[in-house]
Design a protein around this ligand. Structure first.
Ligand code: CUA
Length: 319
C-alpha cells in the first residue's frame, strides 16, 4: 500500500494507528446506538390515528446512563491518548541517530549526523536531498526546520507529521521495522510546488546501511574534490567535447554517444562492464585496443595521465 497511516511499518505509526482504530470503533458503536435508538423511537412512537401519545417527564436511569457512559469514554480516550503521546513525543530516549531536516520551496534537505560514518573529506557532513536513508529497527530523531515558509514533514507509514517552521527547530522521530521504501509528502500548503514536495525514506538492514553510507560518502567526496572540477574543465575544453554531449555543460559533440548519465550505464560502449574507474580509465587511454575499429581515439600519450584521471573522476559523477 502507498503512503497511508493505517498501514503502519514502525512503532510510532503503529501507536497512531492503534489509537485511531480504538477511537474509530467506539465512534461507530456510539453512532449505531444513537441512530438506532432514534430510528426505533421514531417508528414505534410516531403519531398515528387511534393512538394518543404518552406524556411523561424524563427518566433518571436513561439520563444517568447517557451522562456517565460518555464521560467515562472521554476520560479513557484522554488517558489513552496521554499515554500514547508520551511515547510519540519522546524524541530523546534511545535515539540511534539524529538527522537535521530543512524544508524549503520545494524540497527537503537531510544533513546526516556529525559522526565518522558521515564525515566528508572537507570536514563537513553528508547531506542529501529528497531521499532519507535510515537503518531498520532504530529510532531516528529528526530535527526539523524551514528556510522560507512553513512546511510539514510526513511519512505516514513511519510516523506522525510535524510542521517545519522557519527560524525554529521542531523534532519528531521515525522508525521502520522492516527494510523498504516509504513515501511522504509535505503537508502544509507552501506555494506552487507544494504537491511536488515529496520525501522518500529508505530503510536498510544495518549491514546494507553501512554499505550505503560508505557509497554515499565516497560519491559526495568525489563530487567535492577539486580534481573532479578539473576533470570537468578538461572534458568541456578538450577534445572530448568535440564528439560527446553532456547535458548541463557546453560539451555538445554529436559523433560519439551522449555521456550525461554514463556512471549509471551498465557498460562502456557495450564492451566494458561495469562502469567504474578502472574500466573508464582503460577505455579513455586506449579504446581502439579494446574495441577495434571504434571511432574513439587513443588518448594515452595525447592527454597527460593526470588529466585522464581527472576526466574519469568527473565522468563517474555523471549519474
Ligand atoms: Cu512544503 Cu508544502
Amino acid at each position: 500500500m502507498g503512503p497511508w497511516p493505517l498501514d503502519p511499518r514502525g512503532p510510532q505509526a503503529e501507536s497512531i494507528a492503534f489509537l485511531y482504530w480504538i477511537l474509530f470503533a467506539c465512534a461507530v458503536v456510539v453512532l449505531a446506538i444513537v441512530v438506532g435508538a432514534l430510528t426505533y423511537s421514531g417508528i414505534k412512537f410516531r403519531d398515528r390515528p387511534g393512538r394518543v401519545a404518552e406524556q411523561f417527564h424524563g427518566s433518571n436511569t436513561l439520563e444517568l446512563i447517557w451522562t456517565v457512559v460518555p464521560t467515562l469514554m472521554v476520560i479513557s480516550f484522554t488517558a489513552l491518548s496521554w499515554n500514547r503521546l508520551n511515547f510519540l513525543n519522546d524524541v530523546n530516549s534511545n535515539v540511534a541517530m539524529t538527522v537535521k531536516v530543512e524544508g524549503r520551496q520545494w524540497a527537503w534537505t537531510f544533513t546526516y549526523p556529525d559522526s565518522p560514518t558521515f564525515k566528508l573529506q572537507d570536514g563537513t557532513t553528508l547531506q542529501a536531498g529528497e531521499q532519507l536513508d535510515i537503518p531498520v529497527g532504530q529510532k531516528v530523531k529528526i530535527e526539523l526546520t524551514a528556510k522560507d515558509v512553513i512546511h510539514s514533514f510526513w511519512v505516514p507509514n513511519l510516523g506522525g507529521k510535524k510542521d517545519a517552521v522557519p527560524g525554529h527547530v521542531t523534532s519528531l522521530w521515525i522508525q521502520a521495522d522492516q527494510p523498504g521504501t516509504f513515501k511522504g509528502q509535505c503537508f502544509e500548503f507552501c506555494g506552487d510546488g507544494h504537491a511536488d514536495m515529496l520525501v522518500t525514506v529508505v530503510a536498510h538492514t544495518p549491514a546494507e546501511y553501512a554499505t550505503w553510507a560508505k557509497t554515499a560518502v565516497d560519491n559526495a567526496n568525489r563530487l567535492n574534490d577539486p580534481k573532479t572540477a578539473a576533470g570537468r574543465n578538461a572534458f568541456v575544453t578538450g577534445p572530448c567535447a568535440g564528439c560527446h554531449t553532456v547535458k548541463g555543460t557546453t560539451a555538445a559533440g554529436k559523433v560519439g554517444p551522449e555521456l550525461t548519465h554514463i556512471a549509471s550505464k551498465a557498460n562502456i560502449a557495450g564492451v566494458l562492464s561495469p562502469v567504474n574507474q578502472d574500466n573508464l580509465t582503460k577505455w579513455v587511454r586506449n579504446a581502439p585496443s579494446i574495441k577495434p575499429g571504434t571511432v574513439m581515439p587513443k588518448f594515452e600519450g595525447v592527454l597527460p595521465d593526470d588529466q585522464i584521471d581527472a576526466i574519469v573522476q568527473w565522468l563517474l559523477t555523471l549519474k
